[in-house]
Design a protein around this ligand. Structure first.
Ligand code: GLU
Ligand code: ZN
Length: 490
């Protein structure tokens, strides 16, 4: 199935990728894939002061990590390139010139002081604020006079005298009155074209048919609708205006909009703590969209198959990190142990617990251990704390300083456990359980929690660990006995 539907994801490379951005990318991707259309990835790097190469690289890397593949864009190319706006500045400068020539835009010589005075006057008179359009009808002589004064000019778009209505893919009919859409700047005084120009120009030239983007951009849509009319009139693009759909706001803590500065916004946070891309996308899909029948667990291909933009809700969505984490846990449980093992490796490597690359024997230990923790992990990062005791080199093994087992009773346990294990023939979980039960519960008359708790701390270093007998089995006789011996008070 293939169609002429073309959507784009067009972030500006400023700062670190955040979840709001990913949600926009995801919905566009799913829309394209559902319809057999084209997903275009364009970089809006027209603001040299704020854009950075690091951020550009982080964007590409993030989409790759998430598994959102693009059909046209950086690194893959395509028939409408280049896909970085910084390489297209001459195109927009040329369009700006043609817009002025055709009367759709004009130079505005107003100074900051004059614009402020205009706003002040409008405020005092209780009128809608916004540029009055006073430079729109300057005569050639008046322009020459301003230039002789040494004034510079920005280029403004001349908004037609009409109200603006469109049928939003998410919100239905939306209308902005003429008075709310004043003439706006498209080129700075220094000649730099702005987002207001470059974004619709590139959408037109790249034949974008549908624009799904955040609600924060709603008020720029009437301007862009007007721009499309003008672009069609001067022959830029194929004359068609894309359909717009505005995705709902994402709310964070305390019913405030989720901000880029909130820690749960940062995509990096999810990668570093071991969220699976499948899980993060699964959760982000629920921010405004639903598959129906209360289905909250699904894969990317399932989402693409089911995605219907008319099921996107215009109501604000609430970002809930707990729920996102719970879905991550569901995903961890749903994948084969071997796959989860593979994904845990980088976390163990990062903490220096295994070699890089992991050795065969370390991998064998990991494969035994993953099934013990897979059920209770919510992030891959937690595996480091849960399984670290299996990989730490013996001289570096240490009991968590908060866990004291030097008291009389714990010491009794350690000694009895050592005695029992040193005469044990078979070193498997069932034999270990039988031996330790016999020695500690029957022998010393202790409650399991007390008895096994001290052994656990002695061999894993922590009060919470994977199941004890399996842990001992994987750890092996030598290391287990060594650790118990070291835990014995001299
Ligand atoms: N570069 C713009 C942004 O990141 C794109 C807005 C749009 O989708 O039109 O906000
Ligand atoms: Zn002006």
């Amino acid at each position: 199935m293939s169609s002429d539907i073309r959507v784009r994801f067009c972030p500006s490379p400023t700062g670190n990728p955040h979840v709001g951005m990913v949600r926009t990318a995801l919905f566009n991707w799913a829309f394209a894939r559902h319809h057999g259309g084209t997903f275009v990835f364009r970089i809006e790097d027209t603001d040299a002061e704020r854009d950075s190469e690091d951020s550009y690289i982080a964007l590409l890397d993030s989409l790759r990590w998430l598994g959102l593949d693009w059909d046209e864009g950086p690194e893959v190319g395509g028939p409408y390139g280049p896909y970085r706006q910084s390489e297209r500045m001459d195109i927009s400068a040329d369009v700006a010139r043609r817009l002025v020539e055709a009367g759709h835009a004009y130079p505005c010589y107003c100074t900051a002081g004059e614009l402020e005075a205009e706003r002040e006057a409008a405020r005092a008179a209780g009128r809608t604020q916004g540029y009055s359009g006073r430079c729109r009808h300057l005569t050639p002589d008046q322009r020459a006079a301003f230039e002789a004064e040494g004034r510079t000019s920005v280029t403004r778009f001349a908004m037609p005298e009409q109200d603006w209505t469109w049928d939003d893919l998410v919100r239905g009919e939306v209308t902005f009155g003429r008075e709310h859409v004043p003439d706006y700047v498209i080129v700075r005084a220094n000649g730099d074209p702005l987002y207001t120009l470059v974004n619709p120009v590139d959408d037109a030239l790249m034949r974008i048919t549908h624009v799904l983007r955040g609600e924060d951009l709603l008020s720029s849509t009437p301007r862009q609708l007007a721009m499309y009319q003008a672009l069609a009139a001067i022959g830029v693009g194929d004359g068609r205006t894309p359909r717009f759909g505005h995705l709902p706001y994402v709310m964070g803590q305390g019913n405030k909009k989720l901000s880029k500065r909130d820690p749960e916004s940062s995509l990096l946070m999810y990668r570093e703590n071991g969220y699976l891309p499948e899980a993060l996308l699964n959760y982000l899909a629920l921010l405004g969209w639903s598959m129906g029948e209360d289905r909250e667990f699904f894969s990317l291909p399932e989402m693409a198959e089911a995605f219907d933009v008319s099921r996107v809700s215009p109501n604000p969505a609430r970002f809930d990190l707990k729920k996102c984490t719970a879905i991550n846990g569901d995903w961890i449980r749903s994948l084969p142990a071997e796959e989860i093992g593979r994904r845990i490796v980088p976390f163990l490597e990062r903490d220096g617990l295994v070699q890089d690359p992991i050795s065969d024997s370390e991998w064998a230990v990991l494969m035994q251990a993953v099934p013990l923790v897979q059920e209770r992990m919510e992030t891959l990062g937690q595996a480091v704390g849960m399984l670290g005791f299996l990989f730490v080199a013996e001289p570096a093994f240490a009991i968590d300083p908060d866990q004291d087992i030097s008291d009389e009773q714990s010491q009794q346990v350690v000694v009895a456990a050592l005695d029992a294990l040193s005469v044990l023939d078979a070193w498997d979980a069932a034999s270990l359980q039988a031996a330790l039960r016999g020695a500690l519960i029957d022998g010393l008359g202790l409650k399991p929690k007390v008895a096994f708790g001290a052994v656990r701390i002695a061999v894993t270093g922590r009060r919470v660990s994977p199941p004890l007998f399996e842990s001992l089995e994987i750890l092996g006789r030598e290391r287990a006995v060594g650790r118990l011996t070291a835990a014995r008070r001299p």
